[in-house]
Design a protein around this ligand. Sequence first.
Ligand code: NZQ
Ligand code: ZN
Length: 388
Amino acid sequence: MQGNFTYHNPTRLHFGEEAMKHLVGELKHYGPTVMLSYGGGSIKRNGIYDAVAAALREAGKTVVEDAGVMPNPTYEKVQEGCRLVRDHKVDLILAVGGGSTIDYAKAVSASAYCEEDAWEKYWVKQGWPSCPVVPIGSVLTMVGTGSEMNGGSVITNRKAGFKLGKVFGPDLYPKFTILNPRFTMTVPQYQMVAGFFDIMSHLMEQYFAGKADCTTDYLIEGLMRSLVHSSRIAAKDPQDYEARANIMWTATWALNTLLKCGKGGDWEVHQIGHAIGLVTDATHGMTLAAVSLPYYRHVMRDGLHQFARFARNVWGVRPEGRSDEQVATEGLACLEQWMKEIGLVMHSAELGVTEENLQAVADAVLILPVGYRTLTRDEVVDILRQSM
Ligand code: NZQ
Ligand code: ZN
């Protein structure tokens, strides 16, 4: 049964090889000063920076450079960005990069004029901005997080000892996003497949939770099948435009709030992944890959109906003459086979989880009471051990 919900997504998307031609028109809706936020320099090497700079010039903008947003962006970096916004009275933050840069832009937008401790207010207490926020636009260069069309902002605060997500409301969704699949072609293979798994994880987090057998389940299964199909092609030939374009579009729909409508989500795999990311600074998608199978095998019996449905409808497992448990188990084996095929990290030890830091990782895991099963801390430790 589909539950009750309100759905509103204000992000305007421009998709395809010609998408950049819309940037100048978008920029014209905002005041004269644009903060150009980006990461460690990949956009300077692949030409995206030059294309964006040309659009900013054509739109007559004054540009405030804000480079160096790191993967797993830190709260310290957010505070630097806030100072730039205030000092230059920025009218628009243009985030050019992957999820880290876009998440960072949202954090800066909500925090620049916040008179309280922004970390406490947004990421710890999950409060809402009561100060003015700065509009954001984005040019996506790395596919996976869905940050291009949602309010998510995941920030690492090592002093506080947490990597936490905040889901802001539509005021902080990017006002517009440029989605050109060609821009993602220079993403290194490791990063690319990590992004593919991030998409799968977003789909599974929403599929294995809440109401069952609703329209949303059919939507998720369709997206999963498209992802599995195209990722097999892209993992072998990353320059295959059609596969990369399909994956880009799937990623946006996987986490733009449509799928949670009337269904909800689990998100415990992400909490464990964030704790690994906090301690090891590992790539987000790989942290999820390393813990997903141990987690799902652990909770499978608590949501057997849905795991058997996943096996049948996503992986084509034949149910005749077999128990739900046998079917569900085979579905997870198919997931494992696909993960190995596209080259994901299957063990958290490869990401830097050790017997020595395992308790620190477990301490940083937020346990959410919304999945098929609410974990105990001992169960978290067990899952982490199995993931190694
Ligand atoms: O720093 P640059 O030079 O840009 O290099 C990046 C970075 O090293 C590189 N890259 C990006 N586009 C490229 C490229 N390299 C070559 N060519 C290109 N076209 O890729 C590396 C990773 O980028 P990053 O933005 O960190 O990756 P991703 O998009 O996976 O973002 C990860 C962050 O998003 C959060 C994660 O926790 C993590 O902090 N998430 C955000 C979510 C949301 N907003 O809803 C949900 C997700 O579950 C996730 O938690
Ligand atoms: Zn994710």
